[in-house]
Design a protein around this ligand. Structure first.
Ligand code: TTP
Ligand code: MG
Ligand code: MG
Length: 435
């Protein structure tokens, strides 16, 4: 007879997904360069010019010094440009936590920020440095936990489930190790949320910012997730939120109390069903190491600026070729897309884009050409053009199930009278687009 005490079955590990987000990323990177600003309100935004002013003033005050890279940390704090004198239309990309105490934050106009916190130091963004540090912290994570999904410059999802030690203290031990390793590699702090899925992990990483770790388990749904505003769901944008509010739904808990059928009725089949699932904390999307492309595009900058009337033939040929190239890219990788768009850069470097979303997926060159042509009719073609691009988005691989939920949009584009004028006008320019 078998012993009653047999080997316990090896338990299936609990799914543990982490979301990691760097703290005040652009600002923290600048503080590495200028550690004398630590603890002070610093706002990132605006152009290069004001920092150049600082170097000019420094050279005047200390002509004997070089003020090159190695000496940046010795620049006296009073030499740094302040927000108080800012005039212009720039916006803050981010702010240090010291500046946030004054109410300053991402996407705020710098003049408004200046009213809230005039003493804040204003520094420009160094995109190249941001990308370098971004690669560095992501590579550090991959050495510890290989299944990492890149979600932009300062955040990633990480699958802890099968990483050695990934289950200890529900993921807290591994999260601490990653925080420590990133700090050693970069000098920067980050915040991590660990949860049963990406949806909850993304919310959890914000719970203890900065330099925090939050663990959320399935049975924390009611206590920790339901009290949050719906806007905290990654995928509920301002329009959907406004509509939810209009129905008296403010929190995720209130959303969960609505019937799935009611949500489908008011928000559409796909988005309504998705809202229901996420309000109950359900999300089984895998952590994707190589992210699927969101769109494919081709664009070209002309050797000289072209004009829609005078260079009509040349533009038409280039445009058709771009559409054919995108169609080839899609076909060769096995994708089809639903949104077709154009991008133009005028001779004054202004960029305009227009797109249209079809009711079916396509990778057909003629369809792309026709729809992109219609988009082109909605832009101003009086200015000369430097660059033309064609993009196909909302991609799927035909044959694979499950289209990701579309970001909610209140109404499809309806041409305004102004667009209509442009239609007529541009018909003259691209007559061959009508067929
Ligand atoms: P976030 O992670 O949203 O913000 P953050 O890292 O500055 O602060 P937090 O500690 O709250 O995470 O964005 C990362 C970087 O992306 C941010 O440092 C600057 C840039 N960014 C913009 O350029 N514009 C924006 O509107 C936002 C939100 C961010
Ligand atoms: Mg961040
Ligand atoms: Mg972020």
């Amino acid at each position: 007879m078998l012993s009653p005490v047999s080997q316990p079955p090896s338990p299936t590990p609990t799914r543990r997904i982490a979301h990691l987000d760097m703290d005040a990323f652009f600002a923290s990177v600048e503080l590495l360069r200028y550690p004398q600003l630590k603890g002070l309100p610093v706002v990132i935004g605006g152009g290069r010019r004001r920092e150049d002013d600082m170097f000019a003033r420094l050279r005047e005050a200390y002509p004997e010094r070089e003020w090159t890279g190695a000496e940046l940390d010795r620049i006296p704090v009073e030499f740094f440009p302040r927000l108080e004198s800012y005039v212009g239309r720039g916006v803050a990309t981010t702010a240090t936590y010291a500046a946030r105490q004054f109410g300053v934050g991402s996407a705020m106009g710098l003049m408004k920020a200046a009213r809230l916190c005039p003493q804040a130091i204003l520094l420009p963004v160094d995109f190249e440095e941001m990308r370098r540090i971004s690669r560095l912290f992501k590579n550090t994570i991959r050495e510890i936990a290989p299944v990492v999904e890149d979600r932009g410059v300062d955040e990633v999802y990480i699958d802890f489930t099968h990483v050695p030690g990934g289950q200890r203290e529900n993921g807290r031990v591994l999260a601490r190790l990653i925080q420590k390793s990133i700090f050693q590699a970069t000098g920067l702090t980050c915040s991590i949320g660990v949860a049963p899925n990406k949806l909850i992990a993304k919310m959890a990483s914000e719970f203890n910012k900065p330099n925090g770790i939050s663990i959320v388990q399935t049975d924390d749904l009611q206590g920790l997730i339901w009290p949050l505003p719906c806007r905290k769901i990654n995928g509920v944008g301002p329009k959907a939120d406004a509509k939810l509010q209009g129905h008296g739904i403010h929190t995720i808990g209130e959303l969960a109390q609505r019937e799935r059928g009611w949500l489908v009725e008011h928000f559409g089949k796909s988005y309504g069903a998705w809202l229901h699932e996420v309000s109950w904390g359900r999300d089984d999307r895998p952590v994707q190491t190589e992210s699927e492309p969101v769109s494919m595009s081709r664009e070209t900058t002309f050797e000289r600026d072209l004009h829609a009337v005078r260079d009509r033939a040349a533009l038409g040929t280039i445009f058709t070729r771009l559409c054919e190239q995108v169609a080839e890219d899609l076909s060769s990788k096995g994708y089809a897309g639903k949104t077709i768009g154009v991008k133009l850069r005028y001779d004054n470097f202004q960029i305009v884009t227009r797109d249209v979303t079809l009711d079916h997926f396509t990778s057909d060159a003629a369809t792309i050409r026709r729809q992109a042509g219609l988009c082109l009719k909605r832009v101003d073609l009086d200015r000369r053009i430097r660059l033309l691009g064609v993009r196909v988005g909302k991609l799927v691989k035909p044959g694979t199930e499950g289209e990701p939920p579309a970001v909610y949009s209140a109404s499809p584009h309806t041409p305004t009278p102004r667009d209509k004028t442009r239609h007529d006008h541009n018909d003259l320019l691209f007559p061959e687009l009508d067929g």
